[in-house]
Ligand binder design. Structure first.
Ligand SMILES: [Zn+2]
Length: 439
């Protein structure tokens, strides 16, 4: 493999911006300096002052997710290709074991399913029940399999969710192992009661999805999780924070020194609850959990990512087709598969609607899309930063890119995107992964 020399790069890291050349040997960045004179054998990439950023890390994606209406529309191959084209070079997906299944058995199955992934991929180890052997299984995951984070759902209580007692046991164990627990915070029991009441009164159209999961129920779970984190000293990561109340709880816990990290997703930043006034069929793409919230919540999320309360913007990529999947629940919202896509648009959309609107800086954008995920999930010695000795996963960012998103032009296997018609200003020009130009 030939060495690569990127000339005149405007290196944008989370903590600095500098102009220099970048020499890549093998899969590693070996030198960063102005005016590097190569051996003459290298492949030269002239950046001409263009921004060069660390490859994106999306720590919240669900590829090839089984559901009652079949697999989510992207598998590891199609999803990772779309991610890479958009400048994301690393993904973290999930293992979701059956309630009786050994964690390590489920992990090796999931690794097989991910073999055709074209980006780096890691896994959060899901725990769907507490059994006598769970603590030992968790130890094996951390010590023998390199797992750094466990994932728990407080929602979906009838299927993959756990209750607060199980959560506490999981957190106690994770704390001893030095692992993080990532949590979907929505109070599953209360949502089940709401759903039942709505069913009894015949209110089952898609708009009632949001009615069944109000922001109080997210905040209640966040509050409980924070209390358990204080009690067990377990580091926690709250996935897809969607509302102001949660941001406020996380912020005040952080000020007390609780080790709680928050993530939000692209769709909560770019949409508000008015999507639930659309006609039923048109509303289906926006059926996600937690649901999309009010303008005021959206403002709180933007403030949260700019003041550092929320550290990561992920996609929670999990699209389902409208025809034959989402529409199966048009008469009963509890049957609509939850999820939406965006794996390839995260960098461009956050750049267009965050950096160019001056809500966040370029450095914060890199922090939110790459550096923080590397830090939180134990990859900060190799990823999330352009520095000597780090992995050579880089993106030359072209601010002149200008296009409109259309589902039919995408590398996705889905029949729609919620970002249809969104304008993008800025995108990858060259993508380098593991020392090779790959896009
Ligand atoms: Zn998710």
């Amino acid at each position: 493999m030939k060495d690569l020399l990127i000339k005149n790069a405007q290196i944008v890291n989370a903590h600095e911006t500098l102009i220099a050349d970048i020499l890549i040997q093998g899969a590693i960045i070996s030198r960063i300096e102005k005016g590097i004179r190569g051996s003459g054998e290298e492949i030269i990439v002239e950046a001409g002052g263009m921004p060069v950023i660390p490859g994106g890390i999306d720590p919240h994606v669900h590829l090839a997710l089984p559901s009652a209406v079949g697999m989510s529309s992207d598998d590891f191959s199609s999803g990772s290709r779309a991610a890479l084209a958009g400048g994301t070079t690393s993904l973290i997906d999930f293992v979701t074991p059956g309630k009786e299944e050994l964690l390590t058995t489920a992990l090796s199955k999931r690794k097989k399913e991910a073999e055709n992934c074209v980006t780096d991929v890691g896994f959060h180890m899901g725990i769907t029940s507490w059994r006598s052997h769970t603590a030992e299984e968790m130890r094996r995951c951390v010590e023998e399999e390199g797992i750094t984070s466990f994932k728990v759902y407080l929602a979906y209580i009838d299927t993959i969710g756990v209750d607060y007692q199980e959560l506490e046991l999981i957190m106690e164990t994770a704390a001893k192992l030095g692992a993080l627990v990532a949590v979907h915070c929505e109070d599953g029991k209360a949502i089940a009661v709401n759903q039942e009441n709505l069913r009894i009164s015949g209110r089952l159209t898609p708009a009632y999805h949001a009615v069944s999961r109000p922001d109080e129920l997210e905040a209640r779970a966040v509050q409980k999780l924070i209390e358990l984190s204080e009690k067990t000293a377990c580091r926690v990561y709250i996935v897809h924070v969607s509302c102001r109340k949660s941001v406020e709880l996380i912020s005040s816990a952080q000020k007390r020194g609780v080790e709680v990290e928050g993530e939000t997703c692209l769709h909560y930043l770019l949409f508000d609850e008015s999507v639930y006034q659309l006609p039923d069929y048109e509303m289906l793409p926006y059926i996600v959990s937690p649901p999309i919230r009010s303008k005021s919540d959206q403002d709180a999320l933007w403030t949260g990512i700019s003041d550092g309360t929320l550290k990561v913007v992920s996609t929670d990529h999990c699209p389902f087709k409208l025809k034959g999947q989402k529409d199966k629940g048009i008469k009963d919202f509890t049957k609509i598969p939850n999820g939406t896509g965006g794996i390839g648009f995260r960098l461009s959309l956050l750049y267009t609607y965050g950096v160019l609107t001056k809500r966040i800086t370029m450095n914060q954008w890199v922090d939110l899309c790459s550096a923080q995920a590397a830090r939180i999930f134990g990859m900060s010695a190799a990823k999330g930063c352009i520095a000597e000795g780090f992995n050579s996963d880089l993106v030359l960012w072209d601010p002149e890119v200008k296009r409109i998103i259309h589902a039919d032009e995408l590398k996705l296997r889905c029949d729609h995107t919620i970002y249809e018609g969104f304008q993008i200003l800025g995108g990858p020009k060259t993508i380098i992964r593991q020392g090779r130009i790959c896009g």
